[in-house]
Design a protein around this ligand. Structure first.
Ligand code: SF4
Length: 68
């Protein structure tokens, strides 16, 4: 899995950080998303999918690779 974020779309809602704090963080100054782990381990995939699904700005993209 590869995770991509679009900081221009992010509105700083922070839902992704609540879903997967190991993968997403927020900038202190404006709350814009930061990507901590672009290739998270399998144990975190479900949380990352959930984060992408609930992001109100659709700023998170998940690409599936052959090796999970
Ligand atoms: S859930 Fe979406 S809009 Fe909210 S901080 Fe995360 S990436 Fe940004």
């Amino acid at each position: 899995m590869r995770v991509l974020i679009d900081q221009d779309k992010c509105c700083g809602a922070g839902s992704c950080v609540l879903s997967a704090p190991e993968v997403f963080d927020q900038r202190e100054e404006d709350g814009i998303v930061l990507l901590l782990d672009a290739e998270p381990p399998a144990a975190l995939h479900e949380a990352v999918h959930e984060a992408a699904a609930i992001c109100p700005a659709a700023a998170i993209t998940v690409e599936q690779s052959e090796r999970v």
